[in-house]
Write a protein that binds this ligand. Structure first.
Ligand SMILES: NC(=O)C1=CN([C@@H]2O[C@H](COP(=O)(O)OP(=O)(O)OC[C@H]3O[C@@H](n4cnc5c(N)ncnc54)[C@H](OP(=O)(O)O)[C@@H]3O)[C@@H](O)[C@H]2O)C=CC1
Ligand SMILES: O=C(O)CCC(=O)C(=O)O
Ligand SMILES: [Mg+2]
Length: 738
């Protein structure tokens, strides 16, 4: 709950590149905000922090920490919430294991992740880890729907300073392959509950044996409840065919999944791809692999590690290498290090990976270190057509012209664990052949599917209030922008048809039905590309997964990166959650900082979020000083763009730290120059001059350490003092900031 100890603004402590950036930016933010009486505090939602909070029993008093995520989860349900949320790790199993190992090495008595829990104690530990895994933070904090777009200044900057785009050849062999049958899309059933209900999910076998998979799932009246499944026989056949076809076509084999956000279903699908690629190895060494604890769902990297300790290690490793050689060339994460697409389930994440490939002209990196065309395997056909249509558009019309293209904004349905965010506890691998059914407490069977053992069954739900809030947000945004607005909904898809039963009457009631179009995702992709190629704008009004996909796809094409996006979550209870950018936590950037002390993370998303957060504070708490601070942030952000002060990509170029120096300086200058608050102007005038006068000294201080390795004392759990030393190397700057 919000109380007197809750800071005015919460700035989240996260992981990887954004957390390193915070070590430099946050002291500036705190100092500037304090001048206006605004307190800025942190709450730890990092992977390491969440692990520590979950396993206090083995820890000493000073090692323990509070469950900040749970506290924030309560705070976002209050009208005073004002949270700046940076991207955090949604952990795959390998990331979770690495984080645990690092904490153990640092003296934290945390249990290891039980891959195959047997005892009750192990099962309890595993259940607690499962709650940390994957998208465990965003669904808790996102108590509102999503409004993501490029701020006008950011879009204008991209148009006048277009980033490099790969060329698209009309005869490019790059293409999307998807199942189209026996998948989540084609098996979906959906219904809207007329009254509140509680459901039981059970498997009924042919002989009547009934296994309850989940009991007591409760829904308020008006909830849209979906159920669907993917046949793993069909999946395996599909994957095997794609591997053969990629080899015949001479293109890279690539698999694009969201194993983090779809944390139960997608690692399983990923595991089937690993099995398919290594089919001869799994045929010959099934027993040995099982005995070694090899888990294909955790990726090829983890499998290779497990095999190392097997009795026939050399023989199996050789067989794996032979299978890899015999297959098509694989799309690589790092060809220098031999890290393939299938090594770690969280390395290639579809929202970022597909747009990057499209931006590059349909090219991926092959094992030989060269760019090549690729087969993009996206097993489920729900949203694969969006990428297929994007690729078709680029083949026909060439790469997007960044200088003239309009923009696609997004209004995404996301609140209260809407749609896929709510599917984590209701996804199962069928334990046997039979019928999986959802039975309501009144005895009605809501949905049922005939499944085979291993089939991946899942249910997602979407509540009425979030749907209504989402439609209203779309109406408000369209009224403000006055541009094309499309609901990306497919009448012929079960879930979308249920949503449309809400959408159409709400639009009619508001008298704005003529301002909106309703199109399948594929048709909407085609139209949106045509719209932006003509220099006009469009608002994509979508469900949760398309929100995720489109807010990387269009920004990465239009702006070069989704890091520059404004990402606002208008919380349903009146508070504000301001996310920074739309991208991830950029592990590659950490590697570069550790290797050569250059951080290319662009904090533009943080600047945009900070401005919004301060202005929101000003408006909701009647705090004119916060409003002045927020408007000055916008001016500083504009200054960063106008003067080209964003970080360079290469060592030796000004980096994230330099951009923060200029941000502080432009912010102070804007505060000194404004006339709404004389006290603030007087306070910041000397700071602005001091920052300007010390430019040569500060930029020299910031440049000096670059080129050498940097030690932050950890990866998942940095040492604060070491990180501060790396990220704040300018005494002159630190003295002014204080
Ligand atoms: N909201 C959230 O909390 C989100 C969290 N994630 C998590 O982040 C992790 C990595 O995700 P992944 O999808 O691989 O994406 P990355 O974070 O690796 O981003 C992909 C690429 O985008 C570019 N990029 C992203 N952000 C910035 C930035 N601020 N400045 C400059 N460039 C940027 C970088 O390109 P280049 O290398 O070319 O510079 C980067 O390598 C995962 O753990 C994932 O779960 C992902 C999405 C959202
Ligand atoms: O919640 C997650 O795991 C990732 C979310 C994400 O990628 C996004 O919101 O764009
Ligand atoms: Mg995303």
């Amino acid at each position: 709950m919000a109380n007197s100890n809750t800071p005015d603004i919460i700035y989240t402590k996260v992981d990887e590149a954004p957390e390193l950036a915070s070590a430099s930016l946050l002291p500036i933010v705190k100092t500037f905000a304090a001048a206006a009486g605004v307190s800025v505090g942190t709450r730890d939602i990092s992977l390491a922090g969440r692990i520590i909070a979950t396993f206090p029993e083995g820890l000493s008093e000073d090692q323990r920490q509070s469950d900040d995520l749970a506290a924030l989860g309560e705070l976002v349900k209050t009208p005073t919430a004002n949270v700046i949320k940076l991207p955090n790790i949604s952990a795959s199993v390998p990331q979770l294991e690495e984080a645990v190992a690092e904490l153990q090495a640092k003296g934290y008595n945390i249990p290891s992740y039980p891959a195959d829990p047997q005892t009750d104690a192990e099962k309890d530990i595993r259940a607690r880890f499962d709650a940390i895994k994957g998208s465990a933070v965003n669904p808790v904090l996102r108590e509102g729907n999503s409004d993501r777009r490029a701020a006008k200044a950011v879009k204008a900057y991209a148009q006048s300073n277009p980033h490099r785009m790969g060329k698209w050849a009309s005869d490019s062999k790059t293409h999307v392959s998807t199942m189209g049958a026996n998948d989540f899309f084609s098996n979906e059933k959906s219904a809207t509950l007329p009254a509140a209900a509680t459901a039981r999910i059970e498997l009924v076998e042919a002989d009547g044996t009934t296994t309850v998979l989940k009991d007591g799932v409760s829904y308020p009246a008006g909830t849209v409840v979906d159920a669907t499944f993917m046949s793993v026989k069909a999946l395996s056949a599909f994957l095997a065919a794609q591997i053969t076809e990629a080899k015949e076509q001479g293109v890279l084999f690539s698999l694009h999944m969201k194993a983090t956000m779809m944390k139960v279903s997608d690692p399983i699908i990923f595991g089937y791809a690993v099995r398919a690629f290594l089919a001869p190895v799994f045929d010959q060494y099934a027993g040995e692999l099982a005995a070694a604890g090899a888990n294909p769902n955790a990726g090829l990297g983890s499998l290779l590690e497990a095999v190392e300790s097997a009795p026939k290690a050399a023989e199996i490793t050789a067989a794996i290498e032979a299978a890899l050689k015999d297959g098509p060339p694989m799309y690589m994460v790092n060809s220098d290090k031999g890290i393939t697409n299938l090594h770690v389930p969280s390395d290639v994440i579809i929202d970022a990976s597909m747009p990057a490939l499209i931006r590059a002209g349909g090219k991926g990196w092959g094992p030989d270190g060269n760019e090549a065309d690729a087969k993009c395997v996206i097993p489920d056909s729900s949203y694969a057509p969006v990428y297929a249509a994007s690729i078709a558009d680029c083949k026909a019309n060439g790469a997007l012209d960044v200088a003239t293209a309009g923009t696609v904004q997004n209004v995404g349905l996301m609140a209260q664990k809407a749609e896929e965010y709510g599917s984590h506890p209701t996804t199962f691998e069928a334990p046997a052949d039979g019928v999986i059914r959802m039975v309501l407490d009144n005895g009605d069977v809501l949905h049922e599917h005939t499944v085979e053992k291993g089939d991946i069954w899942r249910s997602a739900s979407t509540r009425q209030a979030p749907i209504e809030d989402w439609v209203q947000l779309a109406i408000d945004r369209q009224a403000l922008e006055g541009c094309e607005a499309i609901f990306w909904l497919d009448e012929n898809r079960a879930h979308d048809a249920e949503l449309l039963k809400y959408v159409r009457p709400l639009l009619e009631k508001a008298g704005v039905a003529d301002k909106f179009q309703i199109m399948t995702p594929e048709a909407a992709t085609v139209q949106s590309f045509a719209t932006i190629r003509a220099g006009k704008n469009s608002i994509a009004i979508t469900g949760n997964v398309l929100r995720d996909y489109l807010t990387d796809l269009f920004p990465i094409l239009e702006l070069g990166t989704s890091a520059k996006m404004l990402s606002i979550v208008k919380l349903m209870q009146g508070g504000g959650l301001f996310e920074t950018g739309a991208g991830g936590s950029a592990p590659k950037h950490v590697e570069q900082l550790h290797g050569e002390n250059h951080l290319r993370w662009d904090s533009l998303g943080e600047f945009c979020a900070l401005g919004e957060s301060l202005k929101f504070l000003g408006q909701t708490r009647d705090n004119p000083k916060a409003l002045v601070l927020g408007e000055a942030v916008d001016a500083a952000t504009q200054g960063i763009l106008d003067n080209d002060k964003s970080p360079g990509r290469k060592v030796g170029q000004p980096d994230n730290r330099d951009s923060h120096y200029f941000f502080a300086r432009y912010w102070a200058e804007a505060l000194a120059a404004q006339s709404d608050d004389a006290e603030l102007a007087a306070h910041f005038a000397p700071i602005a001059s001091a920052l300007a006068e010390a430019e040569a000294e500060i930029t020299a201080d910031l440049a000096a350490p670059q080129g050498k390795p940097a030690d932050t004392g950890g990866y998942y759990r940095n040492d604060d003092a070491k990180t501060a030393a790396v990220m704040r190397p300018s005494k002159a700057l630190n003295d002014i900031i204080g």
